[in-house]
Write a protein that binds this ligand. Structure first.
Ligand code: SAM
Length: 352
């Protein structure tokens, strides 16, 4: 992998069509993990110290992860064919790369993409290859899209997975999305797409929320979806989200909740839905209180939905166990451990 130095953020290789929100680039990107335009932007907007910290942290994260499957993923990424392409968010929820390819190239590309399994967040349509991901993340996006103002906004997406929501937010008018996800496979999936739209301002850095400094105040919108219950200290997580925002910036937080009206909290003794790293699942009222105590105002509950086996399920792009395997076969209102089955809430709030 290489880092490209001294690149300008307004690369001439990309054009943004403001009418259709398409991004297009040719030739394809030849440099993996090229975040230079992001670091330039951070420096130019007064966040030089954080930019320097992020560069070091990214180098470190990539170095320590450059073993195991990484050499294979890197080779597959290099082997991706050159295709004149453009990206857009389609009405059917798919993030799509369009371009002309032969049947032979399509078949080679498909087997390359399979090597980046499991694909959990999507769906994507990459040159006619339908990546039917474990999650219908487009359903989550539909719950969110009308409750967040994205036009001309900078966005931080903590725990962004492969950056699916970043493409949706870009199409909805956001100017720049910085996604954080410490799991390198998901970062690689994003790199597969970035290979074709390198200069689009949707980044996924291989880092967790611990890279957020105490007083960042950099973003108009901060999003944390599916992360809170994985944190041993949910309050500290909310504090770091608060501190990432500019004054009056908007927070979107989405998490597992327990579906009761009171201020309650489930701390599973062992696993929850077979997940080992679930620490705290609040009720909506408890989460509302946490947000207020952390300093947020104007807290709104915009959605509460029970996750169904249509929204989260095994597909040929994610062949491991999925929600149907996590529920009690005799009573689908419970997990296999006897906890309430997954219900998720989405809340918005504003920094003072
Ligand atoms: C349940 S997934 C949610 C992905 C996406 N935000 C969504 O809502 O579909 C949780 C993601 O958070 C990432 N993650 C776990 N710990 C994290 C941390 N400390 N900081 C940031 N991301 C983290 C995981 O790698 C995973 O991709």
């Amino acid at each position: 992998m290489t880092w490209r130095q001294n690149r300008c953020c307004s690369s001439p290789r990309i054009s943004r069509n403001p009418r259709t929100e398409l991004y297009r680039s040719l030739p394809v990107n030849t440099s993996l993990f090229d975040f230079e335009s992001l670091f330039t932007w951070l420096t130019e907007t007064g966040h030089e110290a954080w930019s320097d910290q992020l560069q070091l942290a990214c180098h470190h994260a990539i170095d320590v992860n450059s073993h195991g499957n990484f050499p294979d993923w890197h080779q597959c990424w290099k082997d991706l064919p050159d295709i004149d392409s453009r990206i857009h968010a389609r009405n059917d929820g798919r993030v799509a790369l369009d371009g002309q390819i032969s049947a032979e190239v399509k078949s080679q590309l498909r087997s390359n993409l399979m090597k980046f399994r499991p694909w959990r967040k999507g769906p994507f349509d990459l040159f006619g290859i339908d990546i039917d991901t474990e999650w219908r993340s487009d359903w989550k996006w539909n719950r969110l899209r009308d409750h967040v103002e994205l036009r001309d906004r900078s966005v931080l997406d903590v725990g962004c997975g492969n950056g699916y929501f970043g493409w949706q937010m870009l199409a909805a008018g956001a100017t720049r999305i910085i996604g954080l996800d410490p799991f390198l496979l998901y970062v690689m999936q994003h790199e597969v797409i970035r290979k074709y739209v390198e200069a689009a301002p949707n980044y996924v850095l291989p880092l967790g929320d611990d890279c957020l400094p105490e007083r960042l105040h950099a973003f108009d919108v901060t999003v944390s979806m599916g992360v809170l219950y994985h944190r041993t200290s949910p309050i500290e997580h909310l504090q770091s989200l608060y501190n990432s925002l500019k004054r009056h910036g908007q927070l979107v937080v989405e998490t597992l909740v327990i579906d009761t009206r009171d201020e309650q909290l489930l701390m599973p003794e062992g696993r929850y839905a077979k997940m080992r790293n679930v620490w705290f699942i609040p009720s909506v009222d408890m989460l509302t209180k946490w947000l207020r105590r952390t300093g947020f105002q104007d807290v709104k509950v915009v959605d509460v939905t029970r996750t169904t086996t249509s929204e989260q399920r095994r597909t040929e792009w994610m062949t491991f166990e999925s929600l149907p395997d996590f529920l009690d076969p005799a009573d689908s209102s419970k997990t296999v451990e006897g906890h309430p089955a997954p219900v998720r809430a989405m809340l918005t709030a504003q920094r003072k």
